[in-house]
Design a protein around this ligand. Structure first.
Ligand code: SF4
Length: 327
């Protein structure tokens, strides 16, 4: 059953210029994304930086207001929900940010940071609040005596554990992990990923796991969606993406990532240039200026996500919707 469904979600940031602030265009950060996240699964979202992943993650919790489209959580439409109702909803929908250094208030003690949500929502106070925070500290692998310390007294990995405890405090069901381990050393990354997986099992959590690092996403995801310039270009169960990724962008990302298994050799597809500006994305398939397989149709007609079972690809030449043979 889908816990979260999004339909035709769009987030455009207007750009203005001149003395009168005349609107001159839009940054098309999220441009018509539809997908669902099943109850209890981890959906990984990958793509290069600047492709709209974080904006999409924030739109799901309405930390950024979408321009248009629908978001349903537990079957209830949350776009347009009033402030009080949305605040209630957010108890179940939390986010873990990339930078554990910047996302914790340096003037608050750890116990206050973790317990803040419980207090704001009137769930616990006094000794009960402290007990609940202590229990959360233990759950994320921190010690009780660290309750009264400040964020600067912790390592990066420990700070991310504090971020995880804060997200869990209100009994969240759905957590957006936005590059949650990207700022950490590889060995610490593994510890936090293992912690997130243990907590998922214990609390039946659903994750929307955003990362530019395909190997991190592979480690944790049930399904993976690949995003390019505000759109999903491929989505499939994780093993299908990694063994049989079809979209040239997916294959380029995979071929550029280090492969720990020497039997899995991918032909290197070298991407030319950077992600184009989302202010004025290329016509047709927005990947065509960088795609080594591009043909005439690619710059003229935008490919749609076409599915074969649970594997969707948006490409004219590869995948279930292919209408043109490769050159
Ligand atoms: Fe490449 Fe064309 Fe497919 Fe786009 S539609 S990914 S340009 S082959």
């Amino acid at each position: 059953m889908a816990l979260l469904e999004i339909d035709s979600l769009v987030k455009h940031f207007p750009i203005s210029a001149g003395f009168f602030g005349r609107k001159t265009g839009d940054v098309k950060a999220v441009d018509g994304v539809s997908l669902s996240v099943e109850d209890g699964e981890t959906l990984g979202l990958v793509g290069e930086s600047g492709c709209g992943k974080s904006t999409l993650g924030r739109c799901l919790l309405r930390l950024i207001e979408p321009t248009s489209g629908d978001i349903r959580f537990e079957g209830e439409e949350i776009t347009g929900m009033d402030f009080d109702r949305m605040r209630e909803m957010r108890r179940k929908m939390q986010i873990i940010f990339q930078d554990p250094y910047a996302s914790l208030n340096p003037r608050m003690r750890v116990g206050e940071i973790i317990g803040e949500g419980l207090q704001i929502h009137g769930i616990a106070d006094g000794a009960e609040l402290k007990d609940r925070v202590m229990a959360l500290l233990a759950k994320v692998g921190l010690r009780e005596e660290q309750y009264g310390r400040y964020p600067h007294e912790f390592s990066g990995g420990q700070r991310q554990r504090i971020g995880v405890a804060r997200a869990l405090a209100l009994n969240a069901k759905f957590i957006v992990a936005d590059e949650a381990v990207s700022a950490l050393d590889v060995s610490i990354q593994a510890q936090i990923l293992n912690l997130l997986q243990d907590l998922q099992e214990e609390f039946d959590l659903t994750y929307f796991f955003i990362s530019h690092d395909l190997r991190v996403v592979e480690h944790v995801s049930d399904r993976v969606a690949v995003m390019y310039l505000g759109k999903i270009v491929e989505i499939a169960p994780a093993d299908r993406i990694y063994s049989d990724g079809q979209h040239p962008y997916t294959r380029a990302l995979l071929s550029a990532a280090p492969v720990p298994d020497p039997t899995r050799k991918a032909k290197r597809i070298v991407l030319q240039g950077d992600v184009p500006s989302p202010i004025n994305p290329p016509s047709g398939c927005s990947f065509h200026p960088r795609c080594p397989f591009a043909q005439k149709i690619c710059s003229e007609v935008e490919p749609q996500l076409e599915f074969d079972g649970d594997h969707g690809v948006a490409c004219h030449i590869f995948g279930p919707g292919a209408t043109v043979k490769p050159n």
